[in-house]
Design a protein around this ligand. Structure first.
Ligand SMILES: [Zn+2]
Length: 248
């Protein structure tokens, strides 16, 4: 982020605690496959569990989208390339081929985008929220195993005799959490407050925690954010700090 485009930066630090056991599968394929006998959770190079920032971002975005939609706010369907509520395919094409500076293009694309894309990123713009990967807090994770029953993919019926194990991260496991938000306007600062409340499981719109990973219908996956520390630095403050660093 160049200084001339810098308005502010807010960093949210905290701890994500597993309210339920969690299963974020290491394999990309659907874990219901009965042949996949040992379904492991995603781990870092030390063998400890990790919650990808993209996973947190995904669940936060979809819950936030649902709330915005229920309030009648301008929210696009990201899977529909022609949704006029946002910078659609044609608009993006027109803006990109116009003879204006890249900065002007970026500004136009941003202004055409819906409130959710402005914050989380969309077809033509980068988002303003960056969720870092959440790393395990502690020495070694005490994984547990659960029995699963193979489900026939076509009929959805339990496949007789097919049993498999899946690994879970026990309830109470804690992870580092960092969210970096850049150049939020006043409205987006309010949205950020709301998103933090959602992560705490404490928003007025929803009484339940957000869930990550698979098998959430089996009571897995709920997480909560706690011990939150929040710092915001604005343009003036950043300038002061940069000048100080450059002092001879
Ligand atoms: Zn959008």
């Amino acid at each position: 982020m160049l200084y001339n485009r810098f308005e502010n930066r807010t960093v949210i630090n905290g701890i994500i605690e597993a309210v339920d056991p969690i299963h974020i599968g290491a394999s990309t394929k659907e874990s219901l496959n009965p042949v996949d006998m040992d379904d492991h959770v995603l781990k870092d190079s030390n063998g400890n569990p990790i919650i990808p920032g993209s996973t947190i971002k995904g669940v936060v975005r979809s819950r936030f989208e649902a709330v915005m939609l229920s309030l009648g706010k301008n929210v696009c369907n990201i899977f529909n390339n022609n949704d006029k509520k946002c910078a659609d395919k044609n608009t993006i094409y027109e803006i990109n081929k116009s003879k204006i500076s890249d900065e002007e293009k970026a500004k136009k694309l941003y202004n055409k985008s819906c409130d959710v894309c402005k914050l989380f990123g969309g077809r033509a713009i980068a988002g303003k929220l960056r969720f870092k990967d959440c790393s395990f807090i502690g020495e070694k994770c005490a994984y547990e195993k659960r029995d699963g029953v193979g489900i026939d993919r076509v009929t959805g019926a339990a496949t007789c005799g097919f049993k498999y194990n899946f690994e879970i991260i026990p309830k109470g496991t804690c992870f580092d959490f960092t969210l970096i938000a850049e150049n939020l306007d006043k409205q987006q600062m309010k949205y950020l407050d709301f998103i933090i409340k959602m992560l705490e499981g404490n928003s007025i719109a929803e009484s339940d925690y957000l869930s990550v990973g698979g098998k959430t219908t089996r009571g897995l996956g709920r997480i909560k954010l706690k011990d939150i520390k929040r710092t915001t630095i604005d343009r003036e403050e950043l300038k002061k700090q940069m000048l100080k660093q450059l002092e001879v």
